[in-house]
Design a protein around this ligand. Structure first.
Ligand code: SAM
Length: 481
């Protein structure tokens, strides 16, 4: 069960309302994490001003952009396959230009142009504002590459257009890059060092979303708990900030307070948290403001101290338990989810058992589980041997997925008989007659439509469940509408 975000949206062409004055057609699709989907909205916003409307028809496109993911080898292979498809279309429409954006662009740089002859444009995650110039280069017959990583680019000044939006929930990016240097992870190399976005521009974006009728935002970053606005620049340079900058800096707990206080009817989510950076004041803030959703995505990756150490996760199993205990003490009903990796370098059967026992202790509501995929250039690839055979990685993965399913079912069963608030997001995938939405705990709930509509907050009495879905019946509007 490999999953980052809704698999169904992986690779979907993203579209927005057409502008009559725009004549060029952009086909843009995204793979990978939520940050990539959010970045594609920034790209579409930049290109809308350059005369592009979006299209869902590859065959019609003047420009095809694919926002790529490098997190595992499989993600890169999926994109290579997509490039083959573009190639076939380019044979019919030779004027069509193809650009690769995002993490794979950053990782492979100009090598991409040699390896994939159909690619005209290679643009890293910090260079999207340069797209208009780069596209001009391409139109004049030259290939164009910009993979420069930035110290301060946060795209805070760009108001993203919302692609394929349900008009209810939106992502708001708050940090870029990552400083954590987990040894398995390619992100610090593809997205650069960590920097935070001006809280004023975050507040303005949330205000704008509320005015447009959005009901829920997710504050996004590789490591949101590390958010720190002190006037701009890299987080690692905070130590050189002036006394006044240090004294007036805004951390993640303060940002949460600002956003949730300014918009008490807006649901506020955040992702991803890193255990080593999550502080008690964040959990306390979640307990104070009812509009901050009671769910923490808290990747742990392994339950074994020796594996955590080799992964350069800067906490122990005991410290993680302490954090979990504190969350449960401060917010007893808080949902917790995980990311887990099986078969990291040197992982023994004992280490794997530690992961299973950690899962037993926490009983996560849901999780995203992966087998280790060595990424070139990472510290893991340089320092350690990828020595766990593939079949063992997969067998361990199957075991943790099975255990997670049991826990997920146990968790959803706890809601049977209870009434929970659900924000309606869309039609249920299984039935036209049912709405689908999420609870504060991030569980999906489905129930008969009656006269409710998308964007309504509804109290739903839960009568049944599967391991992934609550099933119920609406009993009325909640007080939040
Ligand atoms: N910043 C978050 C963190 O590490 O706490 C998540 C970042 S990553 C985009 C999402 C997940 O992909 C990670 O939590 C990890 O479980 C998985 N992942 C990252 N690198 C991987 C690798 N080399 N092999 C397998 N899974 C990997």
């Amino acid at each position: 069960m490999e999953k980052i975000i809704d698999e169904k949206s992986q690779g979907n062409a993203l579209i927005l309302d057409a502008k009559a004055e725009n004549s060029r057609k952009l086909f843009i699709e995204s793979y990978g994490c939520q940050m990539n989907f959010s970045d594609s909205e920034i790209v579409a916003s930049i290109l809308q001003k350059e005369g592009y409307n979006t299209t869902q028809n590859l065959e019609d496109a003047d420009l095809v952009l694919v926002n790529t993911c490098s997190i595992r080898d499989k993600a890169e292979q999926t994109i290579r396959k997509r490039l083959e498809k573009y190639n076939a279309v380019k044979r019919i429409n030779p004027k069509m230009k193809v650009g690769v954006l995002g993490c794979m662009a950053e990782r492979l740089k100009s090598k991409f142009l040699e390896e994939e002859k159909i690619v005209d444009l290679v643009v890293g995650p910090d260079a999207y504002k340069d797209l208009p110039n780069l596209i001009k280069e391409v139109e004049e017959g030259r290939n164009a590459v910009n993979v420069i990583l930035s110290k301060d680019e946060t795209y805070g000044d760009i108001s993203p257009v919302r692609l394929q939006s349900n008009g209810v929930s939106a992502f708001v990016s708050i940090t870029r890059g990552c400083d954590n240097m987990c040894t398995f992870c390619v992100v610090p190399f593809t997205r650069g060092r960590e920097r935070s976005r001006d809280f004023q521009s975050i507040l303005e974006e949330v205000k704008d979303l509320e005015e447009k009728g959005f009901k829920e935002i997710t504050l996004l970053g590789q490591n949101v708990d590390s958010y720190l606005w002190f006037g701009g620049g890299l987080k690692k340079d905070f130590k050189n900030a002036s006394e006044i900058e240090k004294a007036t800096a805004t951390n993640f707990a303060a940002l949460l307070k600002l956003v949730s206080e300014a918009h008490p009817k807006m649901r506020v989510r955040f992702s991803t948290s890193n255990p080593q950076d999550m502080t008690l004041d964040v959990i306390e803030m979640m307990a104070v403001y009812p509009n901050i959703c009671k769910h923490i995505h808290l990747p742990v990756q392994s339950g074994s101290d020796s594996v955590l150490k080799r992964m350069n996760r800067l906490h122990t199993r005991e410290e993680y338990f302490e954090l979990i205990d504190n969350i449960k003490k401060i917010i007893p009903d808080c949902a917790i989810s995980q990311d887990m990796i099986t078969g990291f370098c040197g992982e023994t059967e004992e280490d794997h058992k530690d992961t299973l026992s950690l899962m037993e202790y926490v009983k996560y509501d849901f999780g995203y589980m992966f087998s280790y995929s060595e990424r070139p250039g990472t510290l893991g690839a340089k320092k350690y041997e990828d020595d766990v055979p593939e079949e063992i990685k997969q067998r361990r993965l199957t075991e943790i997925v099975k255990l997670q399913r049991e826990h997920a079912l146990y968790k959803t069963q706890q809601y049977i008989g209870k009434t929970v608030e659900v924000l309606i997001e869309r039609k249920s995938k299984k039935s036209d007659q049912q709405w689908s939405g999420r609870t504060t705990y991030n569980s999906v709930a489905v129930f008969p439509k009656e006269n409710y509509k998308i964007g309504d907050f509804v109290n739903v009495k839960i009568t049944d469940c599967t391991s992934g879905t609550l099933i119920g019946k609406a009993v009325g509007y909640s007080g939040n509408n």
